[in-house]
Design a protein around this ligand. Structure first.
Ligand code: ZN
Length: 192
């Protein structure tokens, strides 16, 4: 039976690199993958891209997209889709996660979602919460704290080098910068 996976990590934990490596593995075996990325992520421009310089085209998902319908129409064109890979899944709506769950169960197609667990405001993202509720398998992608050598568990938002703890959970495209941190350094960040 296919499974719904949630592979979560902080910023800078190489989630997109992991996604692209998985897509590459499928493709070298002649298998079809469908890559999805939320349209709200204005950095994406129709691609999953990594800091290491790799990129792959992806379908943009906006708030109104029905991923189930999108998948069915792709299947008609390609005969089969062997795996769905979702980047920045925390920016989806929770209904999108229900649609992905339905695809896994109806079509026996594995779905792997990559994304953040909590926002810089210490809230679970709606889609991440739904994934914790519905996923078959949860896996943490680990990285180290920006300031010390503990495992990073949280995302610290910095504006002009100063920590910011309040605002909209999804906030992209501005002058802010996010760094991966342990909880201690989240509360007591050093000057950078
Ligand atoms: Zn730390």
């Amino acid at each position: 039976m296919a499974k719904l996976f949630f592979k979560y990590g902080t910023v800078f934990s190489a989630k997109s690199l992991n996604l692209i490596a998985t897509a590459h593995n499928y493709q070298t075996q002649g298998k079809e993958v469908l890559l999805l990325i939320p349209k709200i992520d204005t950095r994406s421009d129709g691609y999953v891209s990594t800091r290491a310089g790799f990129k792959m085209p992806a379908e943009l998902i906006d708030d109104d997209t029905d991923i189930y319908d999108l998948y069915v129409s792709h299947r008609k064109q390609k005969d089969n889709i062997d795996c769905i890979l979702v980047d920045e899944c925390q920016m989806l709506k929770s209904k999108h996660i229900d649609q992905l769950r339905e695809i896994v169960d109806e079509y026996n197609t594995p779905v792997i979602c990559y994304g953040l667990r909590v926002s810089y405001t210490l809230e679970l993202f709606d889609a991440s919460k739904r994934l914790f509720e519905l996923a078959d398998k949860l896996e943490e992608i680990k990285t180290v704290c920006w300031f010390c050598n503990n495992k990073a568990t949280h995302n610290l938002k910095l504006v002009d080098g100063k920590p910011v703890y309040e605002g909209k959970p999804i906030d992209i495209g501005g002058l802010e910068k996010y760094v991966p941190v342990c909880y201690h350094c989240f509360k007591n960040p050093k000057e950078i």
